[in-house]
Write a protein that binds this ligand. Structure first.
Ligand code: PLP
Length: 409
């Protein structure tokens, strides 16, 4: 079926190993539309200067573009104020900021920090550091056989001892969506703050941080068609106000004396040093691009595609799906294994056919251990993928075992 959006992505027009490129690694990073590339070129061709510092025209323009990007993000996620939008370099940095600036000062001995077993290391290792430093306990929400967090886990694991609940909205391995409303409700009932890692859902669903009543949320630009090197931390103003800065230096101060300093108001307090202005401009362009298509349309394309992919993959008798088999309430992240073949071999063989997929532990060691897997192969779909991409994948997968001398297809 004709997909009108492929033409917007120059990288998708190439061939690899003589075959049309099929890009199925969108959970790792997405390709960039021409409008984002053009926004970067325009910025560097005309407006590049250090923002917030110069009194001259270019610096003023760079400042205006940077702050306009913040407003675009604010509106996109439904935050109440641009003071609640902090630019970081990635979701990872946003989570470290929260661990160090919020976690280290609020968590005390005997407290609990709740995460799910499906967390990416970036929403896990920082909390391990806080728990170890504060003699607190890291408590896990485990998954059911379909890779989903059961309500029972939420009810029993988020206790009065919980100070922070930090959970991914969508798994980067299994594709399942977390029941965020229930988690938020329970976290607030026990007086904990809720942090949502939106990194794998932000490009696929309309999200509203205020409606969801999230205390903090994080995501990376590069998984939503924007450049690498820009991430977002959303935080309710009342929490960000009380937090100490994470990084210190230029731009985040109000006044500096020989022995002390006072800090700039939000959000500059958390943006030390020269920021990635061009990537913020690119993020703004990416959001505008997403909004032009609209999440209804994105869902209209992605939902049947996910269903089609699950069906085509399940036709292969040597292939085992890992994760949620239900096409509803999941993203286009689909993990699988081919019998007797290491996922790295699967990925390499598909690469020879011009197909990009991921293989490995997906930065989720505890999840892999929990699932009894060492690694999986993973595809991740988005709205520029097509049924033809899936057909090419399914055909290629049929030959993987034969290539390795394992007999039949
Ligand atoms: C669910 C989730 N959270 C966080 C991250 C970290 O993102 P980044 O590497 O852009 O900081 C990833 C990256 O794959 C992810 O999938």
């Amino acid at each position: 079926m004709f997909n009108p959006y492929i033409k917007d992505f120059p990288a998708l027009k190439q061939t690899v190993n003589g075959k049309r490129l099929i890009y199925l690694d969108n959970a790792a990073t997405t390709q960039k539309p021409q409008t984002v590339i053009d926004a970067l070129t325009a910025y560097y061709s005309r407006d590049n200067a250090n923002p917030h510092r110069g009194a001259y025209a270019l610096s003023v323009r760079a400042t205006e573009l940077y702050e306009a990007a913040r407003e675009t993000v604010r509106e996109f996620i439904g935050a109440g104020s641009t003071r609640e939008i902090v630019f970081t370099k990635s979701a990872t940095e946003s989570l470290n900021l929260l661990a160090y600036s919020y976690g280290m000062s609020t968590v005390q001995e005997g407290d609990e920090i709740v995460v799910s077993i499906a967390e990416h290391h970036s929403n896990l290792v920082p909390w391990q550091q806080v728990a170890a430093a504060k003699k607190a306990k890291l408590v896990y929400l485990y998954l059911d056989e379909n890779g989903m967090i059961p309500e029972q886990e939420i009810e029993t694991k988020i206790s009065q001892k919980a100070k922070i609940v930090s959970v991914t909205h969508a798994s980067n391995v299994l594709g399942g969506m977390s029941p965020m409303e229930s988690i938020v409700k329970k976290a607030h009932e026990v007086g904990a703050v809720i942090i949502a890692d939106l990194t794998q859902s932000i490009a696929h669903r309309k999200l509203d941080v205020a409606k969801l009543d999230l205390d903090f949320a994080v995501f990376s630009g590069h998984k939503m068609y924007a450049p690498m090197g820009i991430g977002v931390l959303y935080g309710k103003e009342k929490y960000l106000e009380q937090m100490t800065p994470f990084l210190y230096g230029g731009d985040m101060i109000e006044a500096v004396a020989e022995q002390s300093a006072t800090f700039a108001p939000l959000p500059q307090k958390f943006e030390a040093g020269t920021q990635n202005v061009e990537a913020a401009v690119g993020l703004s362009a990416a959001i505008q691009y997403i909004q032009t298509i609209g999440f209804d349309q994105i869902q209209r394309i992605e939902k049947p595609l996910i269903q089609y992919a699950l069906q085509r993959l399940s036709e292969n008798p040597y292939l085992t799906l890992v994760g949620n088999p239900d096409p509803e309430d999941r993203t286009g992240v689909i993990s699988f294994n081919v019998k007797e073949v290491h996922p790295h071999d699967v990925a390499s063989i598909l690469d020879a056919d011009g197909i990009c997929i991921r293989s490995g532990h997906h930065c989720a060691h505890p999840l892999m251990t929990y699932l009894g897997q060492t690694a999986t192969a993973r595809i991740s779909l988005c709205f520029y993928n097509t049924e033809e991409d899936i057909d090419r994948l399914a055909e290629s997968l049929k030959h993987v075992r034969r290539w390795l001398g394992l007999g039949s297809e």
